[in-house]
Design a protein around this ligand. Structure first.
Ligand code: SF4
Length: 203
């Protein structure tokens, strides 16, 4: 794990180890500058760690695209606003031991915010998402993450049935964007903060 933190640092990202979800939550919330406008991607990890509930309990200035009852137009507007938030919370679908972050996304706003826009990106990752290398990362995304996500969202996709990717063109396809964050510019070295949690979290 220390080696992974060093690899993240060499890629101009900050890495942290958290013993459990409670410590991860404390670490993550402690990285929020005062008065920051916050947005977040859809993430089971953020919910399982209690970070989502903490961010939406009224203490923080949050652009909440997940608020119950808002229209589809308002949801889209908030997703766009999230790209200009000060702080963006998310997980990653896989992190290689070499320090690269791998993600799939449907609409793309989550990965867009990770790539550019918010001044700080806080990525909370369970140990189950650590992979050896790029090849294992893509395998995880296509054979574990996407099928599990499709089932959870009740999407009618081949992977939801078979458990593996069939490179579909389904209208309900959930994996329309694939991204790798390999490093940050030196000037952006304080932008991405990756908290690795010593618990299984998320999909
Ligand atoms: S392309 Fe289709 S089958 Fe493959 S992971 Fe994505 S949704 Fe599933």
């Amino acid at each position: 794990m220390q080696q992974l933190l060093e690899r993240l640092k060499s890629r101009n990202m900050h890495g942290y180890l958290a013993r459990d979800r409670a410590e991860a939550k404390e670490l993550a919330l402690g990285l929020i500058p005062s008065e920051a406008v916050i947005a977040m991607g859809n993430s089971l990890t953020l919910r399982e760690t209690g970070i989502f509930d903490a961010l939406t309990d009224g203490r923080y200035n949050v652009i909440n695209q997940f608020e119950q009852g808002i229209s589809a137009d308002e949801n889209l507007r908030r997703r766009k606003q999230g790209l200009l938030a000060d702080v963006y919370f998310t997980s990653a679908n896989a992190v290689s031991l070499d320090g690269e972050l791998f993600n799939i996304d449907g609409k793309g706003n989550r990965v867009a915010a990770m790539l550019f826009g918010p001044e700080r990106v806080i990525v909370v990752v369970g140990r189950n998402k650590l992979v050896r290398d790029q090849a294992q990362a893509w395998q995880r995304l296509r054979e574990a993450t996407a099928p599990a996500l499709a089932r959870r969202l009740k999407r009618s996709t081949p992977c939801a049935v078979t458990g593996t990717c069939a490179d579909c063109n389904s209208p309900e396809r959930i994996c329309r964007c694939y991204t790798v964050i390999s490093s940050q510019m030196p000037a952006g070295k304080d932008r991405i903060h990756v908290i690795i949690v010593n618990e299984d979290l998320g999909l």
